[in-house]
Design a protein around this ligand. Structure first.
Ligand SMILES: Cc1cc2nc3c(=O)[nH]c(=O)nc-3n(C[C@H](O)[C@H](O)[C@H](O)COP(=O)(O)OP(=O)(O)OC[C@H]3O[C@@H](n4cnc5c(N)ncnc54)[C@H](O)[C@@H]3O)c2cc1C
Length: 421
């Protein structure tokens, strides 16, 4: 009985990213002992990396637009976000001494844009609240006795817990800790896991050596990308992207990446159409480009008449048949709608986030795995995806909070059952 009571007293949180830390915070409020385990020498490494380019915590757009970012997983995420959404997240950050602001795009950042001060304050508060941290503990599954097993520098360790939360992340940027190695462990237990796939990722194009040498690393700014889905509905988005050694990446590409990835999976390639001169209409471009260029070079003609130069001119040269440059109508049409064929998404490890993961049908409303009572899940390891813009972290925090609270409730019931009336 004593051993059972001890086991019941502990909640193990495995994975110290934003989802796991939020689960720890929610669980510790119940008064239970909370132990956080992480494979890496320190927690929150991907969260810190997210802070490098400006930590986009959440988004300030209206609720309906915000929820729409989760696509067909919205019904599963909506109740979680109702418990802890953008407003609650900003208030929570304020509680840690971190003020936030919404930029002109509606994206919400900490005042100093950084992740480190927020993480530092959070870990301090968690420790002060009694949460224990065990780093360099790589979770390897369960032993025959149902204990969680960990590989540690001191050898294997078995840990009994009354409830556990798995918050192991997806499969991108493995060097920061989330390797996706949990997939076969859970699949072996009969948990349905949708294959992990790159989300918010770049794509391969297959540039010529000449174009790659001249333009890799260059940003393409003020451009509109259009993609027609299988349903014929076109999605257009203005923004910027970057030419890479093999293709394209960056904000504008990430926004469209889920549908581009899906189209490549089904059709073998995806066609993106680029408007290189969003500020000029087609008729004006045809007029301008029809002016004789005399002795000036095509490069000068394009720059003077169409405002096209540098990498944009390079893209035209790379993708347009040479003969089309002599035909103002065809040249103008290409500037307004340049076809760019994408042949493969970049590998999962390079992606900002992962699609796929534990399917929601395998979980109850508190995010407990139905077939593994007492085991809860949260964060990017669940089967949802969203564009960049703060939607990823918001859903990680919200699901972590729900899973942590669920684990605490489970533990309380198990304790009540063990001690009896
Ligand atoms: C470069 C970059 C920039 C980003 N910027 C933003 C942004 O600005 N806004 C935004 O919303 N999102 C951003 N993201 C995405 C965001 O960081 C992730 O969605 C989020 O960190 C996922 O949280 P998580 O807790 O589910 O998983 P993770 O943060 O991946 O944490 C998982 C943890 O589990 C641990 N772990 C894994 N396997 C084991 C194991 N077997 N045993 C023990 N521990 C294990 C890992 O070490 C890790 O600490 C960015 C991502 C990247 C890569």
């Amino acid at each position: 009985m004593a051993a059972t009571a001890d086991r019941c007293a502990v909640i193990a949180i495995i994975g110290g990213g934003p989802a796991g830390l939020m689960a720890a915070e929610a669980a510790s409020k119940s008064g239970a002992r909370v132990d956080v385990y992480d494979a890496m020498p320190s927690v929150g490494r991907k969260f810190l990396m997210a802070g490098k380019g400006g930590l986009n915590l959440t988004h300030a757009e209206p609720r309906a637009a915000f929820l729409s970012r989760y696509g067909d997983r919205r019904p599963y995420l909506e109740p979680l976000l109702a418990g802890f959404g953008p407003a609650e997240l900003r208030a929570w950050a304020r509680g840690l001494g971190i003020d936030t602001f919404a930029g002109s795009s509606g994206r919400v950042f900490p005042a100093d844009m950084k992740a480190a001060p927020l993480l530092r304050a959070w870990l301090h508060r968690l420790r002060a609240g009694g949460v224990n941290f065990h780093v360099r503990h790589r979770w390897c599954g369960w032993d025959a006795d149902g204990a969680l097993t960990f590989a540690t520098p001191q050898g294997e360790r078995a840990v009994h817990a009354g409830a556990s939360v798995l918050a192991l992340g997806g499969g991108s940027w493995a060097r920061l800790g989330s390797t996706g190695a949990w997939v076969p462990l859970l699949a072996a237990r009969g948990v349905r896991v949708a294959p992990l796939r790159p989300a918010n990722c770049g794509f391969d194009v297959g540039w010529s050596e000449h174009f790659r040498a001249r333009h890799a690393g260059h940003p393409v700014k003020a451009v509109v990308a259009a993609h027609a889905g299988a349903d014929g509905v076109e999605r257009r988005q203005q923004g910027e992207f970057v030419i890479t050694a093999t293709g394209v990446e960056g904000g504008l590409i990430y926004t469209l990446s889920a549908r581009l990835r899906d189209e490549i999976e089904t059709a073998g390639a995806a066609l993106l159409r680029l408007d290189l001169a969003p500020g000029r209409d087609l008729a004006r471009l045809v007029r301008e480009l029809s002016q004789g260029r005399g002795s000036s070079s095509m490069a000068n003609h394009l720059r003077r008449r169409a405002g096209i130069e540098g990498v944009k001119a390079g893209l035209l040269r790379e993708l347009l048949p040479a003969g089309d440059f002599a035909d103002p109508a065809r040249l103008a049409a290409a500037i307004k709608s340049l076809p760019l064929r994408l042949i493969a998404p970049r590998p999962l490890d390079e992606a900002i986030s992962s699609a796929g993961g534990i399917v929601f049908e395998a979980l109850d409303e508190r995010l407990m795995i139905r077939d593994l009572p007492g085991v809860f899940c949260a964060g990017e390891m669940l089967d949802w995806e969203a564009p960049t813009g703060g939607y990823l972290l918001t859903a990680c925090f919200a699901s972590g909070r729900a899973a942590g609270a669920g684990a605490a409730c489970w533990l309380a019931s198990a304790k009540a059952a063990a001690t009896g009336p």
